[in-house]
Design a protein around this ligand. Structure first.
Ligand SMILES: Nc1ncnc2c1ncn2[C@@H]1O[C@H](COP(=O)(O)OP(=O)(O)OP(=O)(O)O)[C@@H](O)[C@H]1O
Ligand SMILES: [Mg+2]
Length: 259
């Protein structure tokens, strides 16, 4: 049984460098069970590296990562069993059909045969891939591949979802279906940590948001707390993001490009 008193994810003083690049700079992060948590930040600010450290795919140089009460470094397999992951550029087996791929992933996670079949069918139908599941993945559009990656993360009913840019490439209806699904799952206690550059989505979907910048956490909280932090009452997430990450002077940048 999971203890609900502890957080789903706990990072303490976690840091990661690549040679002289500081990818993640001593961050502390707690994500609660059932929360939809957004990780925002400019390109190269350390979002994907943070997500990979939560998954145990990248080893931090220092600090501790606890996921679902498990030390991710000591028992990465136990973590992976309960986690669904969609990387920012999913690598699928292009010469399998969508159905073969999902079947394969279901087997890796030891999903019961009849349940696997049912869940695959339901998800394919929900994301409007019915009729194309027998085609090879290399013939799919980018959005179709993203849908397969998402379904493969949901198949084994994970209690934690780590989604790196999950809605990228999805049409509005499919994005809406995924958003509603994540909301429903959250009410059942499933935790989602997602990175996104789509600030409207983060604002509408996430219970709390962390803004990363150059490997550090600049701000963390719900919309009201972020507004207070940025001293921008009544503002939307775009204004807060641009102020906190120092990128307000966009007009000057564009002007310079036009000179
Ligand atoms: N395997 C790697 N080898 C070398 N440098 C890396 C590696 N992975 C990440 N980095 C560097 O770490 C920094 C953070 O990268 P990361 O992928 O975490 O950023 P991000 O916030 O996810 O960016 P984006 O919004 O572009 O996806 C970048 O400077 C990147 O070049
Ligand atoms: Mg990234």
């Amino acid at each position: 049984m999971l203890s609900t008193s502890e957080d789903a994810v706990e990072l303490r003083r976690v840091a990661k460098r690549y040679a002289d690049i500081v990818a993640v700079d001593y961050i502390d992060l707690d994500v609660k069970y059932g929360e939809i948590f957004g990780l925002l930040g400019p390109n190269a600010s350390g979002k994907s590296t943070t997500l990979k450290m939560i998954l145990g795919l990248v080893k931090p140089d220092s600090g501790s990562v606890k996921v679902l009460g498990i030390n991710a470094q000591e028992d990465p397999v136990a973590v992976k069993r309960q986690v669904g992951y969609v990387p920012e550029t999913p690598r699928l087996y292009e010469f399998l059909t969508g159905l073969e791929y999902l079947d394969f992933v279901g087997d890796i996670y030891a999903v019961d045969m009849s349940e696997k079949k049912m869940r695959i069918e339901e998800h394919l139908a929900a994301l409007e891939l019915e009729g194309r599941e027998g085609d090879m993945i290399n013939s799919y559009s980018q959005g179709m591949k993203q849908k397969i990656a998402l379904i493969s993360a949901f198949l084994h009913k994970p209690i934690l979802l780590i989604l790196d840019e999950p809605l990228s490439g999805l049409d509005p209806k499919s994005a809406r279906i995924v958003k509603d699904l994540l909301r429903k799952l959250a009410t059942q206690g499933v935790t989602t940590i997602m990175s996104t550059h789509i600030l409207e989505i983060a604002q509408a979907m996430c219970d709390r948001i962390a803004i990363m910048y150059e490997g550090k956490l600049l701000a963390l909280g719900n919309m009201e707390e972020l507004r207070q932090k940025a001293r921008l009452p009544g503002s939307d997430l775009e204004e807060i993001f641009l102020k906190l990450t120092g990128t307000e002077d966009i007009r000057d940048v564009v002007e310079a490009l036009l000179r």
